[in-house]
Write a protein that binds this ligand. Structure first.
Ligand SMILES: [Zn+2]
Length: 266
């Protein structure tokens, strides 16, 4: 029987994604650094705090974050584990509605304000159209999220960033899928006066042939697309019911592209 492995787009086995919260004005400089190096990320915004000074403006988010992902961070940034569930539901849904007026696409990502989450909140999110949500802290690892509603980053940018980046670049075992996920707030670079850290990291990580640069939701969509592939019981053929292409590796051969809406003999 064919042995089939999931690959990232282009047949890659390493992915890098970034995740920044609160939508402060320093996002503009951060996006510039990402764009210069072909790095992609997700920006989690509070739709009720745009007028609280020092934030990006709703009117600019579609241009500013073009090529990146705009995602929810709730309307007003409460510590939601302390709130009644209907309030949490509205904090998320109203955030989605507002942001979608400016993005023009369904906003399906979330990061928990103050990292606050409970089991009940996790269970609520799929019915609010949310596909993943990020917690705080650092896992120090390059594994894939087991539970997308408790998605923990590899590291905060002030935690071993360059060291972990170098480790990630050195990963070569193609039998694994790897993900490096960095999170933080852009204003922290201003507070600590360490923009050079992110500049060096992005210069070091950008433009690598074997890395897929993706937003948080692109990563989840890739995993979901793979899960929807329909394989023959003996893995001799496959049908891709998704609109997007999928990439798989068969018997350790170079990855093949399964075009969206098409089948293929393996
Ligand atoms: Zn926040």
């Amino acid at each position: 029987m064919n042995r089939v492995y999931c690959c990232y787009p282009g047949g890659k086995h390493k992915a890098l994604t970034m995740s920044y919260d609160d939508g402060r004005s320093y996002d503009r400089r951060l996006v510039e650094i990402f764009n210069k190096n072909g790095i992609k990320g997700t920006f989690h915004l509070n739709s009720g705090l745009f007028d609280r000074g020092d934030r990006v403006m709703p009117e600019e988010i579609s241009d500013l974050y073009a090529g990146h992902e705009v995602a929810c961070h709730t309307v007003t940034h409460p510590t939601i584990a302390r709130c009644p569930l209907p309030e949490v539901a509205q904090e998320v849904l109203e955030d989605r509605k507002f942001l979608e007026k400016y993005t023009g696409y369904p906003v399906r990502g979330l990061s928990y304000p103050n990292g606050s989450v409970t089991r009940d909140i996790e269970n609520l999110l799929p019915s609010l159209g949310i596909r993943y949500s990020r917690v705080v802290g650092s896992s120090d690892s390059f594994g894939l999220p087991e539970n997308p509603y408790r998605w923990q980053a590899t590291c905060h940018h002030n935690h071993r960033l360059m060291e972990l980046g170098e480790q990630f670049l050195g990963l070569f075992k193609k039998q694994y899928l790897y993900l490096m996920y960095v999170w933080g707030h852009s204003y922290e670079f201003n507070d600590k006066n360490n923009w050079d850290l992110m500049e060096s990291f992005c210069e070091m990580m950008g433009g690598k042939e074997d890395i897929w640069y993706c937003t948080n939701i692109e990563f989840m969509d890739c995993m979901d697309d793979f899960a929807r592939l329909q394989f023959a019981a003996d893995n001799s053929f496959v049908f891709n019911p998704n609109a997007r292409d999928c990439y798989i590796s068969v018997n350790d051969q170079p990855a093949v592209r399964i075009p969206g809406g098409q089948g293929m003999t393996l």
